[in-house]
Design a protein around this ligand. Structure first.
Ligand code: G3P
Ligand code: CA
Length: 264
């Protein structure tokens, strides 16, 4: 039941490195995660897609086009094929001021490689992207979390938070592991609003909601908090947005630039 969910701390504003330190290095690369880790963030955020041969990999888009030198859907690539792609060149071309030759060594990391690299040293905030097109994605994530012993309850902060825009995938995950905190994402087009029924449903599986900064006001945030849900805001890119999130009493922020956490 929801009573056994590990609590997410209410004491501090959680700093979540959005796609790694994506303001400084190509998103979802080992270097982007390493910079976030060095900056001592509370969580590194990892978006998940799945290969043709069923391997969970860190990538935001369903297609490889934007963040690699390849073309087409992740689900059409075997892991071996995906590993041929360059995951850093695009960043150097798009952001010449931030370019670094070393980024051109980057490959698309698997979730397992990330767990091997960082183990217990970081906390993970993991998004199940596009679960409708990836059958069995939840079970695969669940078994990797078990394999790397990341389901523990003995930490100040939960070692892992799982997020998704898809409600079915979160309720499925809640059944698999009732203690793991889950965050329901929303993408409000205009002003954020949830009904009494929405809150009742959310309370059966979610510890929090993730909403776009531009859609919320303080009244909405306080109402969600009164309904027992933490509010995490995406995506914070500037100092002003960070100050605004603090002013609004958010519980967490997805930041591209982890150094914004110094404004707290
Ligand atoms: O997961 C919170 C935020 O990351 C949602 O936006 O598109 O960056 O995954 P997106
Ligand atoms: Ca995300």
């Amino acid at each position: 039941s929801e009573n056994s969910i590990q609590p997410i701390s209410n004491d501090k504003l959680l700093i979540i490195a959005h796609r790694g330190a994506s303001a400084f290095a190509p998103e979802h690369t080992m270097t982007a995660y390493e910079i976030a880790h060095q900056a001592d963030v509370d969580y590194i955020e990892i978006d998940l897609q799945m290969t043709k041969d069923g391997v969970l990999v860190a990538m935001h888009d369903e297609k490889v086009d934007r963040t690699t030198d390849g073309l087409g859907f992740v689900k059409e690539y075997t892991l071996e094929e995906l590993k041929q792609l360059n995951a850093g060149k695009w960043f150097n071309e798009t952001y010449p001021d931030l370019a670094n030759k070393e980024f051109e060594q980057e490959k698309v990391p698997t979730l397992e490689e990330i767990f091997v690299q960082f183990g217990d040293d970081v906390n993970y905030y993991i998004e199940l992207k596009s679960p409708r097109i990836y059958k069995g994605m939840e079970e695969k994530l669940f078994s990797l979390l078990k394999k790397y012993d990341l389901l523990g309850e003995d930490h100040t902060l939960p070692k892992v938070i799982v997020e998704s825009f898809n409600e079915d995938t979160l309720t499925k995950f809640h059944t698999l592991e009732p203690t793991l905190p889950l965050v329901q994402l929303f993408s409000f087009k205009e002003k954020a609003a949830l009904s009494h029924l929405d809150y009742e449903r959310l309370q059966t599986y979610a510890s929090g909601i993730g909403v776009n900064l531009k859609s919320v006001d303080q009244e909405f945030i306080h109402e969600a908090q009164l309904n027992g849900l933490q509010v995490h805001l995406y995506s914070i890119k500037t100092e002003n947005e960070m100050k605004n999130a603090i002013h609004l009493d958010a519980n967490g922020v997805f930041v591209d630039n982890p150094i914004l956490s110094e404004l707290q």
